[in-house]
Write a protein that binds this ligand. Structure first.
Ligand code: ADP
Length: 253
């Protein structure tokens, strides 16, 4: 009995201590459940590229397949999928940590421009028009440079991944009413309205095999959500299946 064992404390103090303990144990339980689910999800996801790789190698050994360059390339693709999954799991884990106090001002305009530049060759290769629009003045956001870069990168990666040849992706940064924003718009396949709440869950894909074949890990948006939340940002989506999607994120300046 907490009350008897700590006689010097007042009743109010005791009940707030009990509340705090209760809160802490619930938090620990939640974290434990989170870790357990994460482990199961990750094991499940890692199994797919491993099994594919294993069956390819067995087919080579049994002489069912000649190890020609195309088949060897598909083995490398599975290894790359595995690598990218491991990297995303690490990023998700980092995004879930309680952040240190951030006093760093990062310029959203500069970061967005750098990330857009990284996508130029990929868009040229896939016949997607990529454009960028920004004001002249800097757009300070209180966030680590690496986190901001990862948010824009993941959203741009999706925009390009889910847009076909001949489509367009537009990135627009600016500020309105003391908030800095980034809008990433694509003319891609879009997301059905009833899926909009689900897509931020880890390993959730609107169409499992289609999205996996496009090279998705299913973790991109789960990471974005956590990074945006921990930097006090807000995220919004507008999407029309068949005509495209806009992800908008804004932060207090
Ligand atoms: P993935 O790595 O599979 O892309 P994400 O977490 O980044 O995983 O996204 C979850 C799902 O949301 C995707 O599998 C896809 O179905 C959908 N999605 C995300 N961004 C877009 C987009 N710009 N256009 C259409 N669908 C999208």
């Amino acid at each position: 009995n907490l009350e008897e064992s700590v006689p010097v404390k007042g009743k109010d103090e005791l009940s707030s201590m009990a509340e705090a303990l209760n809160y802490l144990s619930k938090e620990l339980e939640k974290q434990e459940a989170f870790r357990k689910n994460l482990m199961q999800d990750v094991a499940h996801e890692l199994r797919t590229p491993l099994m594919t790789l294993k069956s390819h190698i067995e087919a080579f050994i049994d002489g069912i397949w000649e190890p020609n360059p195309d088949r060897l390339r598909s083995c490398i693709e599975e290894v790359e999928r595995f690598e990218s999954l491991v990297k995303s799991v690490e990023s998700l884990y980092e995004a879930d940590q309680i952040p240190l106090v951030v006093s760093e001002h990062t310029d959203l305009r500069e970061v967005a421009e750098q990330v857009v530049q990284m996508f130029v060759p990929r868009c040229e290769n896939s016949g997607i028009t990529l454009s960028f629009d920004a004001p002249i003045e800097p757009l300070p956001v209180i966030i680590h440079h690496h986190d901001l870069s990862q948010i824009v990168w993941n959203l741009l990666d999706n925009a390009v991944k889910y847009t076909s040849t001949g489509g367009a992706v537009h990135v627009n940064v600016g500020s309105i009413q003391n908030r800095s924003y980034v809008h990433i718009t694509d003319t891609g396949i879009g997301i059905p309205e009833h899926e909009l709440d689900n897509i931020f869950e880890r390993f959730y894909r609107v169409d499992k095999s289609r999205d996996r074949n496009r090279g998705g890990s299913g973790l991109g948006l789960a990471i974005v959500k956590r990074l945006v939340e921990r930097s006090n940002g807000k995220i919004g989506i507008e999407s029309n299946p068949g005509s495209g999607t806009t992800f908008s994120i804004d932060w207090p300046r």
